[in-house]
Design a protein around this ligand. Structure first.
Ligand SMILES: Cc1ncc(COP(=O)(O)O)c(C=O)c1O
Length: 342
């Protein structure tokens, strides 16, 4: 099987497993795990933030940040296709008691005009606008990279209005590599950031969240209340350290593989791919003009030939490249997809 459903399907490499096996561990609830402490220090330094915390998942990371940036009854502005709004089980409401104000934006990029028009007046009838969340890269928009100038504008705007700004950077390093930008230059504009280690970076589990003064204390407290306190999880943190040291630059290969796949299969049997929008490792196939009557039918036909993709809305499939698919496998996938759709 060539599994292109997500960059979360990777298995730890032998070298990563060896690093995990050698890890020194302790009870992290006592802050006694040296490998977790080291990962947190390294991540804070890499991201240019004062403090960082290791958390079990991207969802928990985002939700801890939503909680520490808001109070009950506040409103959070974000993009309509964002992960926090669509795929986190309604947690802003259930875990933080906040209301989401989603805005539809081309490529997933909010503008300050949009944010400005969504702000609620300071009046007892309205929820208080408190937090803006951006997603970079933007998954549903097809792995698009937020332009740095847009981030700068939004950050200046949120600061002026006294709102907090959070970055869901599940795939932040894909954005960094694709735009050849120093990660600190992006992250410095945000109060808090969440970065997944278990996507393109290839670890079995875990995310890093980071922020400024008192972040560690506040975030640890919320992580505990969400049931995310960990014990000898240094084995997992070792995978994170390995990933930060070895798996960032190589994301470029995933981007090249995504482009190869997209260019080869675009227009075959009616498949349509927005090549201009393709910037990182996510390829969205519009299959509404192909011979298949449904996503399920197309996915089943591909699976029979050894290729796994996922449905991504009506008439759309998603393919994601990652460190467990080689260029050779992408070439095979191209041939299979061409034959299946022709
Ligand atoms: C953009 C984005 N944010 C957050 C997450 C959540 O990560 P996790 O699956 O580790 O909870 C994902 C996962 O797919 C994602 O794509």
């Amino acid at each position: 099987m060539i599994d292109l459903r997500s960059d979360t399907v990777t298995k730890p490499s032998k070298a990563m497993l060896e690093a995990m096996f050698k890890a020194k561990v302790g009870d992290d609830v006592f802050e006694d795990d040296p490998t977790i402490n080291l990962l947190q220090e390294k991540a804070a330094e890499l991201l240019g933030k004062k403090e960082a915390l290791f958390v079990p998942s991207g969802t928990m990371g985002n939700q801890i940040c939503v909680r520490i940036n808001t109070t009950l009854g506040d409103e959070v502005i974000l993009e309509y296709g964002s992960h926090i709004f669509n795929y986190e089980a309604g947690s802003p409401a259930t875990l933080s008691g906040v209301q989401i104000h989603p805005l539809n934006a081309e490529k997933g990029f909010l503008s300050i005009e949009q944010i400005n028009s969504a702000i609620r007046p300071d009046n007892e009838h309205f929820a208080r606008t408190k937090l803006v969340c951006l997603e970079n890269t933007h998954n549903r928009a097809g792995g698009t990279v937020y332009p740095l100038e847009r981030i700068e504008e939004i950050s200046a705007f949120t600061k002026k209005n006294n709102f907090k700004l959070h970055l869901d950077g599940a795939r932040l390093f894909n954005a960094v590599v694709a735009s050849k930008t120093d990660v600190k230059e992006i992250v410095k504009h945000f109060d808090t950031v969440s970065v997944c280690l278990s996507k393109g970076l290839g670890t079995p589990i875990g995310s890093i969240i980071a922020g400024g003064d008192d972040f560690f204390y506040k975030a640890r407290r919320v992580r505990k209340s969400f049931g995310g306190g960990m014990r000898q999880a240094g084995f997992l943190a070792a995978a994170g350290i390995f990933a930060l040291e070895n798996n960032i630059e190589r994301l470029e290969q995933d981007h090249e593989n995504a482009r190869l796949l997209a260019e080869e299969i675009n227009r075959v049997g009616g498949i349509e791919i927005d090549l201009e929008n393709l910037q990182t490792n996510i390829v969205i196939l519009d299959i509404s003009k192909t011979k298949f009557n449904s996503n399920e039918e197309a996915l089943a036909a591909l699976e029979k030939e050894g290729i796994l993709l996922v449905a991504f809305g009506i008439g759309k499939l998603r393919a994601v490249t990652h460190l467990d698919v080689s260029k050779k496998q992408i070439q095979i996938a191209c041939e299979v997809i061409k034959n299946t759709f022709s």
